[in-house]
Design a protein around this ligand. Structure first.
Ligand SMILES: C[S@@+](CC[C@H](N)C(=O)[O-])C[C@H]1O[C@@H](n2cnc3c(N)ncnc32)[C@H](O)[C@@H]1O
Length: 370
């Protein structure tokens, strides 16, 4: 079985893993089953209406009790969309970080042999699986390991290029032996990892670094990235990298931001002055009316009744500074300017990314120099 994350197909079919895009922050994974229905708070979408349609199709239904339409888009899975919809078992690496790390370590499907620890929720594993030649991922938490293995199996990753191993990498390193280890690896005996790209998302990466020499490629440049939320962790990682001969060390932090472009109403000083005058006038009118009502022999109940029948002042005009009546963005009766707005919530688990490199065997270079 090949992975639905690495191959494109046009048409939605029975048994497919599909991602349902409801809104920008709400994407759900489903397995297409003609007997099932996908329910949202706006209405129900039978899977059979999706089968045979093209991936990317919009599917619309009439909403419950209203005459409006609700719609979803049915999308083919990608690692990026999976990151937005996966079941969280741990903190995860989001696309702003994973894409930067892969680009910086030159991850590619032809030559990259990746070690990842820990697997966690498998967010980054899906991106590595698509973009590397081989991925060896390690997780020491038994239940998380089993859940990830099941998920990778269902997504066709284990038959493709992914091996997951149940292992405490700080205690026991990264070597894999099919006979000794609980692993999805099919190769017998000791497996030659020859990894040239290492990603450590562990609480204590400094305890795992010294084990790497046994499993990294000896005759090429090996790149490493440690993903740690605290600067104290970075500090300990740096010591360990230096002790173990890693060089070109650099630390960066990704501050992913999404900018939204929209129009904002142009409001002038005259608008502000007009608004203040209006508030003042309405206040004085209200106070005068209240005074008259209190001086008459009306009871509180009668005053309330009268005020409800006839409001103290007429309804305010559109207020360009407050909520006011709703004006559609771009209404040609008003002046607008183009602005950018920053998204308040950023889906990026901010961590420090520590990069380092190592070449174990430099002899080829020296021979060439001589
Ligand atoms: C933050 S999560 C990784 C999330 C993952 N990068 C993702 O994108 O979904 C860290 C994982 O490392 C695992 N872990 C911690 N220490 C470990 C160790 N010594 N060996 C193997 N796994 C370990 C934890 O159980 C946890 O699942």
């Amino acid at each position: 079985m090949s992975s639905c994350f690495s191959e494109y197909k046009d048409t939605i079919q029975e048994g497919d893993l599909a991602l349902i895009w409801i809104s920008r922050d709400n994407t759900k994974a489903i397995t297409i089953d003609s007997k099932e229905t996908f329910n949202t708070r706006y209405g129900s979408f039978p899977h059979k209406d999706m089968i045979g349609r093209k991936y990317g199709s919009q599917i619309a239904i009439r909403t419950k009790n209203t005459n409006k339409f609700a719609f979803i888009h049915v999308l083919q899975p990608t690692p990026e969309l999976w990151t937005l919809s996966l079941p969280h078992r741990t903190q995860i690496v989001y696309t702003p970080d994973s894409s930067y790390i892969m680009e910086r370590l030159n991850c590619n499907p032809n030559t990259s042999r990746v070690i990842e620890a820990g697997t966690g929720s498998g967010s980054f594993s899906h991106a590595f699986a698509r973009s590397s030649k081989r991925l060896f991922t390690f997780e020491f938490h038994k239940i998380r390991f089993e859940q990830a293995m099941k998920e990778f199996q269902e997504h066709g990753l284990l038959d493709d290029n992914v091996t997951i191993t149940h292992r405490d990498v700080c205690e026991n390193g990264f070597t894999i032996n099919k006979e000794r280890d609980v692993t999805s690896c099919q190769e017998p005996g000791d497996v030659q990892l020859n990894a040239n790209l290492i990603f450590l998302d562990l609480p204590a990466p400094w305890d795992a670094i010294h084990h790497l020499d046994k499993v990294i490629a000896k005759d090429e440049k090996v790149g490493l990235c440690c993903f740690s939320p605290c600067i104290e962790q970075v500090d300990k990682t740096l010591e360990s990298l230096e002790r173990n001969g890693w060089t070109n060390v650099e630390m960066v932090e990704i501050q992913g931001r999404q900018y939204e472009s929209r129009r904002q109403m142009v409001r002038t000083l005259d608008d502000a002055l007009g608004r203040l005058r209006d508030i003042k006038r309405r206040k004085i009118e209200g106070m005068e009316r209240r005074k008259r009502q209190l001086e008459s022999s009306m009871t509180e109940g009668e005053i309330k009744n009268e005020n409800e029948k006839q409001p103290l002042t007429e309804k305010s005009e559109f207020n360009p500074f407050g909520k006011g009546s709703r004006i559609k963005e771009g209404d040609p009766n008003y002046k607008w300017k183009q602005v950018t707005k920053i998204e308040s919530e950023i889906k990026s688990h901010t961590s420090y990314l520590t990069f380092a490199f190592k070449i174990v065997d430099k002899s080829r270079k020296e021979v060439a120099k001589k």
